[in-house]
Design a protein around this ligand. Structure first.
Ligand code: IPD
Ligand code: CA
Ligand code: CA
Length: 258
């Protein structure tokens, strides 16, 4: 059986190291594009991912690793212990010298979230937790979130979704208290965890969701695929992340418009 305390200590250790390195040396040498001109990777994304993957392999040799830039194991299933690594989440913000970027690691066992941690580099804060241990910001417990209706909450939607399907999501925004956009899934999760926004809609990769999903589960945040399929942490999915009542009402709005 997995030692959750050991996982927590090791994940916090490696993410705090990454955060300190980025804060001491906010710098990159190279920027390349991946799937499109706004999908970026820098030499720092790669060097951080290599550091984290090396650390995880050394401390958890039996585990599988899914990591964004390709230095993990590319597992075909989620049996046993699986780590999901996003070395810099919000690379565009990092390149543009915006404050909002994060590093994150999600830990799953037999496909179930057990632990996650998100470090907000520039705010120097670490959010972590899981269904069994609760949610924390820098050792302080986070409160269970109020289950507010859609018309009482701020929402956030990924840029890409708004570009591709403005009509559906315009309707969603007009049924809410308003829209905020941040450019980093990790940072949005930290805002959901502290009740600033209550809903987040987008098409995300497993490493965008893994850590926040594990922490959020402890305080009333769910990740719900919009097409009604079960969540699959080995592929990209269009999902709503958020508290229950607002999520249900958002799904109703989307199905009415579509
Ligand atoms: C991206 C950011 C962005 C979200 C994209 C992600 P990356 O992650 O989180 O806010 O809208 O879906 O891919 O590429 O900067 O790690
Ligand atoms: Ca990334
Ligand atoms: Ca990401």
């Amino acid at each position: 059986m997995t030692n959750l305390n050991e996982i927590k200590q090791q994940i916090l250790t490696v993410l705090i190291t990454v955060k300190n390195q980025l804060r001491q040396n906010y710098h990159f040498e190279q920027v390349n594009t991946k799937t499109n001109r706004n999908d970026l990777v820098t030499d720092r994304d790669i060097s951080i991912e290599k550091t984290v993957v090396r650390f995880l392999k050394e401390h958890f040799p039996q585990a599988q690793i899914v990591s964004e830039e390709g230095y993990g194991n590319h597992p075909q299933n989620l049996k046993g212990l699986v780590f999901f690594v996003d070395p810099i989440d919000g690379t565009m913000n990092f390149v543009k010298c915006h404050d909002q970027f994060a590093s994150m690691i999600g830990v799953y066992e037999d496909a179930q979230p057990i632990f996650g941690a998100i470090v907000d580099v520039m705010q120097d804060k670490i959010y972590y937790g899981g269904p069994e241990i609760g949610a924390f910001i820098d050792q302080q417990p986070l409160k269970k979130l109020d289950d507010l209706p859609l018309n009482k909450v701020l929402i956030t939607i990924s840029n890409r979704l708004l570009q591709n399907d403005a009509v559906t999501y315009q309707d969603l925004v007009s049924n809410s208290s308003g829209l905020r956009i941040f450019g980093s899934a990790g940072i949005v999760f930290t805002r959901l965890l502290t009740g600033k926004e209550h809903l987040y809609v987008g098409k995300f990769k497993p490493w965008d969701l893994a850590a926040g999903r594990a922490i959020g589960k402890a305080i009333g945040i769910d990740v719900t695929p919009i097409d009604g399929a079960p969540i699959n942490m080995l592929k990209s999915q269009l999902v709503i992340v958020g508290t229950r009542c607002a999520t249900q009402q958002a799904l109703d709005v989307i199905s009415r418009v579509k």
